[in-house]
Design a protein. Structure first.
Ligand SMILES: [Cu+2]
Length: 162
């Protein structure tokens, strides 16, 4: 997991050295993180990513100072049980969008250095293959929002932590 953090730092420095302008080719909307539940050390971030370059893009890494480790996750139903799986990238179709949401793709925050409190916000850095690095601020929403978005009354099933 250290490698991913180092990779992010490396890409950042690389961008500075080459003087890349921060032209966002991906639009980030409706981002939010779920507030910590029962002192859980994990949480998740959700958002809608839209490719405005017309060429498609790929989210390859995410980092935040509030989490020790950050992973890109998808949900898969295996033998009727929803499971989270880490993936190396989340592709955004050319001119289209993907929605990271509970029960689907999401950014997993692992090893929170402090609980996420509703009403606060956390900084998040996203690394794309084309759009390079995009910094954003993610508001923290309460658990009620999470359940409202999942659409099924089955919290805590499948060994998920958010
Ligand atoms: Cu997850």
């Amino acid at each position: 997991m250290k490698h991913r953090v180092l990779a992010v730092v490396g890409v950042t420095v690389f961008s500075w050295v080459l003087g890349f302008s921060a032209v966002a080719l991906v639009k980030i909307e409706d981002q939010w993180a779920s507030a910590s539940i029962n002192n859980s050390s994990n949480s998740a971030v959700f958002m809608t990513l839209t490719d405005i370059s017309g060429q498609g893009d790929m989210l390859v890494a995410v980092s935040s100072p509030v989490a020790t480790t950050t992973e890109l996750h998808i949900h898969k139903t295996v033998n009727g049980v929803m499971q989270m799986r880490p993936v190396s990238a989340l592709p955004i179709p050319a001119g289209g969008s993907i929605t990271l949401q509970p029960g689907a793709e999401h950014v997993m925050l692992i090893g929170l250095k402090r609980p996420l409190r509703e009403g606060e916000a956390i900084p998040l850095q996203l690394v794309f293959t084309h759009s390079n690095i995009v910094e954003t601020t993610v508001p923290i929403r309460g658990v009620g929002d999470l359940h409202a978005h999942t659409g099924h009354g089955n919290p805590g099933s499948g060994g998920t932590d958010h």
